[in-house]
Design a protein around this ligand. Sequence first.
Ligand SMILES: [Ca+2]
Ligand SMILES: [Ca+2]
Ligand SMILES: [Ca+2]
Length: 832
Amino acid sequence: MRTLTRLLACVAAGALIATTVSAEPLKLNDKGYLETRGVNVLVFSNWYDSLFSDSKISGVELVQQGVRTATNGDVRLMPTPGQWDEIGQLVDRQVDPATGAITATLKYPAYDFSYVIKAEPAGEGVRLSIILDTPLPEALKGRAGFNLEFLPSAYFHKSYLADGKPGGFPIYPSGPMKSLGPGVPMSELLPQTEPLPLATGKTLVLAPEDPARRVTLTSEDGELALYDGRNQAQNGWFVVRGPIPSGKTGAVLSWTLDAHSQADWVRPAMIAHSQLGYTPAQKKTAVIELDPNDTPGSEVTILQVGADGRFTPVLTAPAKAWGHYLRYDYLTADFSAVKTPGLYVIDYKGQRTSTFRIAEDVYSRAWEPTLDVYLPVAMDHMKVNEAYRVWHGDSHRDDAMQAPVNDSHVDLYASGPTTDTKYQPYEHIPGLNVGGWYDAGDFDIRTQTQYGVVRALVRSWEKFGLTRDNTLVDHPRRYVDIHVPDGKPDLLQQIQHGTIQLVAQYDAVGHAINGIVEPDVAQYTHLGDGVTKTDNLIYDRSLGRDEVTADGRSGMPDDRWAFTNRSSALNYGSIAALAASSRALKGFDDPLAAKSLEIAKRIWAEEHSHAPDLYRFGNTTGGPLLDEELAAAVELLIATGDTQYAARIEALWPEVEKHFSRNAQLIAQVIPFMPKAFKARVRPAVVAWKAESDKIAAANPFGVPITEGGWAGNGTVIDYAMNTATLAALYPDVVGTDAVYRALDYLHGTHPGSNVSFVSGVGTVSKEVAYGNNRADFSFIAGGVVPGVLIIKPDLPENKEDWPFFWGENEYVINVGADYIELVNTADRLKK
Ligand SMILES: [Ca+2]
Ligand SMILES: [Ca+2]
Ligand SMILES: [Ca+2]
């Protein structure tokens, strides 16, 4: 019996190996990376990030069975560097078609240190070498090493062998640390500690048990060490590191990296569709994403799910070849003929999607989580409660301190040589601790996003009159309770909350400010309840650090900074929102409405009495001056009917026409309030926009613009849809409304890479792991909209659902949420 069992075990093992026979050796492809079936090795196809430092997209990267599992293969100066730690600068990248070698030359100018990273096919893997012309500088001895970072979630529930010695990847960081003591030259951002290795050895085998994740790393020189970067930062990765020896030149470090490939591996087809569902009348398209090695099917079947659990085929639709986009082949299948309300799934070659609805009301309620949960959770200067849970306390009571002059900040804020206020650097500016929302996954009040939200919410109020009341907002008590109606429309309460902050800026310093943000990176990286980020006591520099006074001051300099330099663009953007909210708040909060309009008119006149203030920095000083002034004129014209604003819009039009796509919605919004001839004047721009946007949308099988920057493009998709909807209402002979549905389908799952809905909690399968300020919990905030599909260059569409920390893929931003409310209601209205 025992013999038989053993024999069967051997047969099983033999069978397993037979199914995972290694593929051909890696070869350089025409996209500039090394490739074989199931394995890609990229070498500086991507660069770190120009905006927010290390975003875990750079250096040597590994894509195994379609999943990017390793990145940042580069020389680094500590075992587990964090987001703002030193990185080399890329000098040059060469690809040698003859040998398949990719070489990148980099330097650390501060240390006068240059190095070459070379990757070349070797055996079944790739040899990675660090080549030095001159020996390691003295200052980097013992500090420089070659690091390759592995995605923790790709190795959860898996094991490793270090020279044969077994270990398990920790699901939560608990590895050993060492203290470096004071005075050690390290990043100021991290405590003076660093992790000790989880394991060391000449050969590390990661996940030997899993052919989809097995990677063998062998060092030809020193030992490899495996670290857990999460001990120092929740967004850290598992790092394999080898020290760069001193006193040597030439190839001073060589590894072989053998990621298991599989000769017959084919990525499963991905059936992109809307997780939310479709209205009966709308066009319905499934987009099938295929590995180019796959054999395309010829049809999809739509099955209706009955009350008895039975799946009944209702339509077989041809799956037509669309062509190649990025790294995949695509088929599209039109199942618009299915119109009967019900629950459905799509079957493609036996693979079935999750259920989705066909119903008249799919868009009627999809926006509710954004208004009910996402926006309330983002409310600053309020305690936010939901049933048994407190999302956060009444945060930032100590707002705000005047930012120092000539300073710049990691979150793209900066100050010039003056404060442009009556306040001295580090002096408390009273009155700013009211209203506003946390900008995104971080906690700052970025004025441009604040006014963007206010204007979007006013548009929704004026177009759709959404009187939904499911949230208690009590400003005097600084208290919010989710799922507790208080007799007041939530939309107006949100408009009011944003307006309060915008008005407070004028009351405090007389103009719109860039924003309010933590003083330093140590506070910026705060995760947890916003109320614990500062002591909520106003800083008084005459006090000792631990001193607290009875009247609520302290010597702890933890108050947020207000960046206050004048920017005319910001002023215009802010008064546009105030003019808009003055209309919405009339009859709801008359004093605030009146004050908002008074400020808007006064600041408009003031801005027109002098040359514009052109102070610009990062993304915190407003949009293009032209667009912002146009917005102010549009909202003021609608609010007052005063022809001076109409005249200004006429005067701006020739410039606006050149940037029409950026301003299409504003122009559409104002046409009914302009002299009749204006609509005809705009028409040629609409015709041109239509032709151009059709071209952009036809570049991929999803029919919407897909941007390729460092921040994924769901915002652009929403813009495209709203441009379409607003122009279609005025020029129906030029613009149709199909794009509105394509955009919603895209957001709800019909996009590359996966079919998850990008709106948390909306659709059958949606983002449940996102980059809110709750990201360390691998959780989500219902109604938040993430940036979406990031195109990892040259050709990998990515949106990680098992790793929240990619801000460019997963970070909620408040204005996108507000815009989503408008878009969904637009579709719902179209149907009617
Ligand atoms: Ca921010
Ligand atoms: Ca309410
Ligand atoms: Ca404080």
